[in-house]
Design a protein around this ligand. Structure first.
Ligand SMILES: NC(=O)C1=CN([C@@H]2O[C@H](COP(=O)(O)OP(=O)(O)OC[C@H]3O[C@@H](n4cnc5c(N)ncnc54)[C@H](O)[C@@H]3O)[C@@H](O)[C@H]2O)C=CC1
Ligand SMILES: CC(=O)C(C)=O
Length: 257
C-alpha cells in the first residue's frame, strides 16, 4: 500500500485504541486524537514501538476549532489525510423521562456535533487534496433500536446513521465514502460504566447488567474491541471502495432487539 494516513478520535482506550492498532497494522500512519494527551501518547508509543508510525494530538471533539486543528496538525506532520474515524463518544444511563437537559446536551455535543465537525473537517481536507477519502462513524446497535435506559444515547446513534446517509449522498461526487460501524455490547470501559450505573439504578449486583446483555448475544460472548476494528479495517480499505451510506451491524447477533 502506498502511504496512507488515518485519524482516529477517542483513540486512547477501548474501540478507538483497537482501531488505531489495527489500522497501523494495515499499513496506515495514524493520528490519535482525544482529550487526554498522555493516553494518546501511550497508544502512539506502543504503535511506534511495534514499527508503526503514530502521532498523538490533544483534541476535544466538542470544539470545531480543535477538530479542525487536529486535521491541520495531522496533515502538517504526516503529509495528508485519507481516512477519518469519528469514534469518540459517551454514554449516559437514565430513563428518558429523567434525562436532564445538561445530560442530553452533552450527549449531543460529543456524539453528534463531534461527528459533524469531523465529517466537515475531513471532507474539506480530502477536497483540498483532490483525493478520494473515507469517513467512518461510530453508531451502535442502539442506533438501530432504542435501548431502554440509554434513550438519549440511542437518539445520538440514530442521528449518526442520518448524518452518514446524507453525507454519503452529498460527498459521493468527490469520491468520498461515508459509512458507520454499529457494535453491540463491547467489553470496554464504556460498558463498565453502563453496568455500574444500571445496577445502581436498578439495585442489582455489580456485573449483572453486563451479564444479562451478553446473555442476549447469539454468538454467546461479549464483543471484543477487535471484533469492531476488524470491520473498520475493511471499511478503511480499498475493498470497501464501492460501499457508502451504510451503517453496518457488528454485534454477534443480538437476540433481544
Ligand atoms: N462499548 C460499546 O458497547 C459500544 C460502543 N459504541 C461506540 O463506540 C465508540 C467507542 O466506544 P468505547 O471504546 O466503548 O468507549 P470508551 O468510553 O471506552 O472510549 C471512548 C473514548 O472517547 C473519548 N472521548 C469522549 N469524549 C470525548 C471528547 N469530547 N473528545 C474526544 N474524545 C472523547 C474518551 O476519552 C475515550 O477515549 C463510541 O462512540 C461508542 O458510543 C457503540 C456501540 C457499542
Ligand atoms: C454502548 C452501546 O452502544 C450499547 C448498545 O450498549
Amino acid at each position: 500500500m502506498s502511504k496512507k494516513v488515518a485519524l482516529i478520535t477517542g483513540a486512547g482506550q477501548g474501540i478507538g485504541k483497537s482501531i488505531a492498532l489495527q489500522l497501523s497494522a494495515d499499513g496506515f500512519e495514524v493520528a490519535l486524537t482525544g482529550r487526554h494527551l498522555d493516553k494518546m501518547q501511550a497508544v502512539a508509543d506502543e504503535i511506534n514501538g511495534n514499527g508503526g508510525h503514530a502521532i498523538a494530538i490533544q483534541s476535544d471533539v466538542q470544539s470545531k476549532a480543535e477538530v479542525d486543528q487536529a486535521v491541520a496538525a495531522t496533515v502538517a506532520k504526516l503529509g495528508q489525510l485519507n481516512v477519518y474515524v469519528n469514534n469518540a463518544g459517551i454514554a449516559v444511563v437514565d430513563p428518558v423521562a429523567e434525562t436532564t437537559e445538561a445530560e442530553m446536551r452533552r450527549l449531543l455535543d460529543i456524539n453528534v456535533m463531534g461527528a459533524l465537525f469531523g465529517i466537515q473537517a475531513a471532507a474539506k481536507q480530502f477536497k483540498k487534496q483532490g483525493t478520494p477519502g473515507k469517513i467512518i462513524n461510530a453508531s451502535s446497535i442502539a442506533g438501530h433500536e432504542g435501548f431502554p435506559m440509554l434513550g438519549g444515547y440511542s437518539a445520538t446513534k440514530f442521528a449518526i446513521r442520518g448524518l452518514t446517509q446524507a453525507a454519503a449522498k452529498e460527498l459521493a461526487k468527490d469520491h468520498i465514502t461515508v459509512n458507520a460501524y454499529c457494535p453491540g455490547i463491547v467489553l470496554t470501559p464504556m460498558w463498565d460504566e453502563i453496568d455500574d450505573k444500571l445496577t445502581t439504578l436498578e439495585n442489582k449486583p455489580k456485573g449483572s447488567a453486563l451479564k444479562d446483555a451478553v446473555d442476549g448475544i447469539a454468538l454467546g460472548r461479549g464483543e471484543e474491541p477487535k471484533d469492531v476494528s476488524n470491520l473498520v479495517s475493511f471499511l478503511a480499505s480499498d475493498k470497501a471502495d464501492y460501499i457508502t451510506g451504510q451503517a453496518i451491524l457488528v454485534d454477534g447477533g443480538i437476540k433481544y432487539v
